[in-house]
Design a protein around this ligand. Structure first.
Ligand code: CA
Ligand code: CA
Length: 319
C-alpha cells in the first residue's frame, strides 16, 4: 500500500517500550482534554496525571491486510479514581494507517473497530458491576461488560493480554489481567477480520487517576483473506401451537463427524448419504437416519453445512 511505513516483514508487530531504542513502532500523541499531554516519564508513557484529561496514543500501522489472530499485551499502572482507559484496534478504513487516533476513553465505542474498556469508576456504571470492570466493544456498540475479579487498580505495573481469534461469523476474545481470566473466548458475532492499527486512550474527569503504559506488543498472526459469510442454516419444522405450548423450542441433530455428506465428488453438487442431490436452494429434506422423508430428525442439508463444519473445526479450510 503506497505510503505505508513498514517495520520488517508482514509478521512485524507493533511494539513500544518507551526507552528510545531502535526498532520501536512510531506513534502519534493527541491531547483531547486538559493539559498535560501524554509524555514519557522514566521510560514509560504517562497518560493521566490530573483531572479532566483525555490523552490518546495511536501507533502507525505495522501489519497491512487481514489476520486470523491478534495477540496484544501491555503493562499498565493505574490507581483508583476515574475514569479509566481503552485499548483499540482502529479500523484503517475509518482511522487511516498513521496519525492521530480518535477520542478513546474507558468506553471505547469506535466505528468498525474492536476495543476493550477498563473502567475504574464506581458507582457510575449502569450495571453496577463495581470499580474494575472490562467491557468489549465493536463497531460503536458495547457488546459485553464484566467485572474483573482481579482489582487491577494497584498503582504498580500489571500485565494485560488480549487475544482476538477470528472464526467464521465473528471473533472470540480472551482477556487476562495479571494472569487472571476475565474473558475466555467470548464470541462477538459479526466481527470479521479488518485492517487495523493499535491505539490507547485514557480519561479522567473531575475525579482523577494516574495511568502509565509500557511494553506494548501487538502481534498480527496468520495472514488471511476475506472470510466466509457468517453461518446461516435454514431448518424447517412445524409444531402445533395451543395453550400447552407457550414457547417454541426445537433441537436439531447434525451429521456425525466423518459422515459422507457434502460435495464429495467435487462437482458442486451436495449429496446426502444415499447419493441424492441436496444442493443448496433445493427445498427438500433428507432424513438424518438414512431414509427418505421429513420425519424424525430431518433437516435441510445445504451448502451452509460446510461452513458449520469449518466453524466447528475453528476455520479449517479457511486460510
Ligand atoms: Ca519502558
Ligand atoms: Ca464501563
Amino acid at each position: 500500500m503506497a505510503g505505508s511505513v513498514f517495520f520488517g516483514s508482514v509478521t512485524a508487530a507493533t511494539i513500544q517500550d518507551f526507552q528510545g531504542g531502535a526498532g520501536q513502532t512510531s506513534y502519534t500523541l493527541t491531547q483531547y482534554g486538559a493539559t498535560p499531554s501524554a509524555s514519557i516519564v522514566s521510560g514509560s508513557l504517562r497518560m493521566l496525571s490530573t483531572s479532566s484529561q483525555n490523552n490518546v496514543i495511536a501507533f502507525n500501522q505495522t501489519d497491512t491486510g487481514l489476520y486470523r489472530r491478534i495477540v496484544a499485551g501491555w503493562d499498565f499502572s493505574i490507581v483508583s479514581g476515574a475514569d479509566g482507559f481503552g485499548f483499540a484496534l482502529l479500523n484503517d478504513a475509518t482511522y487511516g494507517i498513521t496519525g492521530a487516533g480518535p477520542v478513546i476513553g474507558e468506553e471505547p465505542s469506535l466505528t468498525g473497530s474492536f476495543a476493550a474498556g477498563f473502567d475504574i469508576y464506581c458507582p457510575d456504571d449502569y450495571q453496577g458491576l463495581g470499580s474494575h470492570e472490562i467491557s468489549l466493544h465493536f463497531d460503536g456498540v458495547e457488546r459485553a461488560n464484566k467485572w474483573s475479579s482481579f482489582n487491577y487498580r494497584t498503582g504498580t505495573f500489571q500485565h494485560a493480554r488480549v487475544v482476538v481469534d477470528f472464526v467464521t461469523g465473528g471473533a472470540e476474545i480472551t482477556i487476562t489481567v495479571a494472569g487472571v481470566t476475565v474473558y475466555d473466548k467470548y464470541f462477538i458475532a459479526g466481527m470479521t477480520p479488518y485492517g487495523s492499527r493499535v491505539a490507547f486512550g485514557g480519561r479522567t474527569s473531575g475525579t482523577m487517576t494516574t495511568l502509565y503504559l509500557d511494553n506494548i506488543s501487538v502481534a498480527y498472526e496468520i495472514p488471511t483473506t476475506t472470510p466466509p459469510a457468517p453461518v446461516s442454516l435454514r431448518t424447517f419444522n412445524q409444531k402445533l401451537m395451543n395453550g400447552s405450548f407457550r414457547t417454541v423450542k426445537q433441537t436439531f441433530s447434525f451429521p456425525a463427524a466423518g459422515r459422507s455428506v457434502g460435495d464429495t465428488a467435487g462437482d458442486g453438487i451436495y449429496r446426502g448419504s444415499g447419493g441424492s442431490d441436496i444442493s443448496a436452494g433445493r427445498e427438500s429434506c433428507h432424513s438424518n437416519g438414512g431414509g427418505a422423508g421429513c420425519g424424525g430428525r430431518s433437516f435441510l442439508y445445504a451448502m451452509d453445512y460446510r461452513r458449520i463444519k469449518q466453524h466447528l473445526g475453528r476455520g479449517s479450510g479457511w486460510n
